[in-house]
Design a protein around this ligand. Sequence first.
Ligand code: CTP
Length: 219
Amino acid sequence: MFERVIIVSGPTVEPIDPVRFISNRSSGKTGFHLANEAKKREIQEIIFITGPTNYIPSDVKVIQVETAQSMRDRILNYFDKAKVIVMAAAVSDYRSAEYFSEKIKKGDDRIYLEFVKNPDIIKEIGEKKSDDQILVGFAAETSNIFENAREKFERKNLDLLVLNEISKENPVFNEDSNQVFFITKNETIKLDKMKKSAIAALIWDEIFKIYNQMKVKFK
Ligand code: CTP
């Protein structure tokens, strides 16, 4: 049914000097399960673009990247034919303003590092996408979760937002289970706590539901 889908997974890694970087705690499990679930559906080509992770699916086209900028460039290479783009990656919002070609040596008791903003990849895709492309984003929120999620859904021109509430009860990172909400144009749906693989299956069900509603719209 879909010619091509892109699943973007894992953290990004932003180098500071030859031995140091900043990154985040994303394991890449959700993206991995999304790829495995995609293989069970009617999809001709699955492109898996990922930052460094141990979770790499088999039998899909894998493109490994490190930085947010390279992630963005590779997504745009494959964007035109993609009917679905799922941004499950934890993109570093900032990178070091400077890359130090030599290792930074220990010196003062306190040092300062300047950061600059990375591209907001999903926002750029949201601006570029046409009416028959489905864009799925993720949000991890700790406060005012529904207001923030709805605002993100609108601002990034998404078709589906998978909302994680990060709390002591639901730590999310590196866990096998998670409790999420689906934010769509007209609904907010609470899912039970379940395995990430089960969530991935429900995300694909929701994507196909959105696609079928689009088909009705375009008839
Ligand atoms: N995302 C992205 N590019 C970025 C940051 C995030 O494409 N530079 C994507 C993520 O892959 C995710 C969605 O945007 O699908 C939401 O990520 P999140 O970190 O919650 O949103 P931000 O826009 O970074 O907002 P904030 O961190 O301020 O909550």
